[in-house]
Design a protein around this ligand. Structure first.
Ligand code: GLP
Length: 242
């Protein structure tokens, strides 16, 4: 695991973009994340594409997760987020962008959607997976206690995640979806290279576990210690105290 610490989020995101570029070709497959953390990285991708330095025309993407039954026209749905913050601004073919389909009437249907997404992931190799991290150490929406063998599944969000994410839902806990479909930890670990980003003091505890903690399902991020090619790109505020 390579840990890179920067003075600012902007510098860290630029470095993350350099690492991303070094590890892809023009027809690579990317694993993408949502949340506020990757936004500056996405801005780097947009700017570089607009300047004609890179094309995403033949790039394929798979996102980590999506809220269950949040309409894709809802600004906080991850489908909307990805279009709004990245896909609408680069030359990617949207037919090559995939997120878990998470709109269904029954749990059986949801489980079928999980299997479908899992099959798609098994048929593709993610060259670079971008990750953020929850304050409780979740990656994707794999909350504490998730099996290290997990594949795509319907997950219940923990109270702490619902609280963390309520800022995107008018600070109203009732408005935050309580379930999501998420790539499992096994899917994430299958990526060739992983770039995890984290900014701010509130991420320090999770980063401490990620880098220095025992490998345990109580801190899902610690599974990354078993991956051969992980970059942890953080700002000073998120750096664990030595
Ligand atoms: C969400 C997402 C994660 C993300 C995390 C951190 O719950 N499912 O993929 O990494 O929150 O979000 P933020 O980057 O906004 O701090």
């Amino acid at each position: 695991m390579k840990v890179l610490v920067f003075d600012s989020e902007i510098e860290a995101s630029k470095k993350a973009y350099d690492i991303l570029k070094e590890n892809i070709t023009e027809n690579s497959t990317l694993g993408l994340a949502t949340g506020s953390t990757p936004l500056n990285l996405y801005k780097c991708m947009i700017e570089d594409c607009k300047n004609g330095n890179i094309s995403f025309k033949n790039i394929k993407t798979f996102n980590l997760d999506e809220y269950v039954n949040l309409e894709y026209t809802h600004p906080q749905s991850y489908h909307y987020f990805m279009n709004d913050n990245l896909f609408d601004h680069i030359d990617i073919d949207k037919n090559n962008t995939f997120l878990p389909d998470a709109i269904a009437e029954t749990d059986e249907e949801l489980n079928n959607l999980c299997s479908k997404y899992n099959d798609m992931l098994n048929n593709n190799t993610i060259d670079v997976q971008i990750l953020g991290i929850g304050t409780n150490g979740h990656i994707g929406f794999n909350e504490p206690g998730t099996s290290f063998d997990s594949t795509v599944s319907v997950v219940d969000l923990t109270e702490s995640t619902i609280k963390d994410n309520s800022r995107f839902f008018e600070n109203n806990l009732d408005k935050v979806p309580k379930r999501a479909i998420s790539m499992g930890l096994k899917n994430i670990m299958a990526a060739k290279t992983i770039i995890l980003l984290a900014f701010g003091e509130h991420k320090k505890e999770a980063i401490d576990h990620l880098i220095n903690g025992n490998i345990t399902e109580d801190w899902p991020c610690t599974i990354l210690q078993n991956h051969p090619n992980v970059y942890v790109v953080i700002d000073k505020a998120a750096e664990p105290t030595k």
